[in-house]
Write a protein that binds this ligand. Structure first.
Ligand code: BTN
Length: 326
């Protein structure tokens, strides 16, 4: 339904000034009334297009929705995001991704990016609610990496690195990674990463990398659960950001790390993760399903587990749980 609208948009987007209806009809082989209908569709999607009888159609301002067309325009990848789907409102992109992987062969979906403008049932780590109003970046990437299940954490690491690097490059904000996969600016969380796996023996059938970035979100739209403090990019910068440019950058940064993982270069990923970690060498309080303790975060191992030295000297290996910098 929208394909033709985006072909019209491509023509308007590539033009230096107004384009007459006749030019569009002859380039696309459609009638003038079809052109008009496509322009109405584009307007409904948030594009500011003026029409004047003498001159034709003029694209005045792009939509600020996170539409695949806008991301594709800026995308420089070979696999990740070559296919994208957009949902104005959905419970969760993770749920859609899961359904797609059940309905068809996940290998055919490798690199597919699902984008939601808003999520009404967003899910965070440890099954928590992930508040996802319009203005954020809520995406799931379907991946079928040829790596063992035990290495799956590498994908999460690559996701956190990609988001931190993208924020640093686009805005010069000092984003860091708090173990296991929170992206923070100072002591406030701005983004989170969630990995869901489907396995067959020791092999990964598919994994779903969920990325949530609080981009253009006002402070009062964000939850304030203690003890974690939360922020958004627009709050930090005092202005809205170009979400399509940021997402394109995240996907590019992710793809280059994903290709390293596929070729077995795990050490490079771990080293980069460590260089962006705000947790290592910090005093931390760890809460797991079974215990709570304090100590110094001394390292992560090759499986992404955090190594914490208690005051007694005993080193604990933490696979999952909450980590608070004290
Ligand atoms: C975290 O708890 O830090 C991880 C949050 C991950 C949220 C993303 S938003 C896109 C995808 N869909 C979801 O429902 N969750 C993930």
């Amino acid at each position: 339904m929208y394909q033709m609208a985006f072909r019209v948009l491509e023509i308007l987007d590539g033009a230096a000034g107004p384009v007459s209806g006749d030019v569009i009809t002859s380039r696309l082989g459609i009638s003038r009334s079809t052109v008009w209908k496509q322009v109405q569709l584009l307007k409904e999607m948030g594009y500011d297009i003026s029409a004047s009888p003498g001159e034709g159609y003029l694209l005045r301002k792009a939509s600020d929705r996170l539409l695949p067309y806008e991301v594709h325009k800026r995308l420089r990848t070979t696999l990740i995001g070559k296919q994208m789907r957009y949902y104005p409102s959905t419970p969760s992109t993770s749920g859609i991704a899961r359904d797609l992987c059940i309905q068809s062969d996940p290998k055919d979906l490798n690199g597919l990016v699902l984008i939601a403008e808003e999520q009404t049932g967003g899910v965070g780590r440890l099954g928590r609610v992930w508040v996802s109003p319009a203005g954020g970046i809520w995406v799931s990437i379907i991946l079928t990496p040829g790596i063992a299940v035990g290495r799956a954490f590498m994908i999460t690491m690559a996701g956190s690195i990609a988001v931190a690097r993208a924020i640093r490059k686009e805005y010069d904000l000092g984003a860091l990674i708090k173990w296991p996969n929170d992206i923070q600016i100072g002591d406030r969380k701005v983004a989170g990463i969630l990995l869901e796996l489907s396995t067959e023996g020791d092999a990964i059938r598919y994994c779903l990398l969920g990325i949530g970035v609080d981009a253009n979100i006002k402070p009062d739209e964000l939850p304030h659960p203690l003890p974690q403090r939360i922020t958004s990019l627009s709050t930090e910068l005092g202005r809205d950001v170009d979400r399509a440019a940021l997402l394109a950058r995240i996907l590019k940064e992710f793809e280059s790390r994903y290709l390293l993982i596929e070729s077995g270069e795990y050490e490079t990923i771990v080293l980069e993760w460590k260089s962006l970690s705000s947790t290592l060498d910090q005093r931390v309080q760890i809460t797991t399903m079974r215990s709570r303790f304090e100590g110094e975060a001394i390292d992560i191992d090759e499986f992404g587990a955090l190594l914490v030295r208690r005051d007694s000297g005993k080193v604990e290996r933490v696979i999952a749980g909450d980590c608070l910098h004290t």
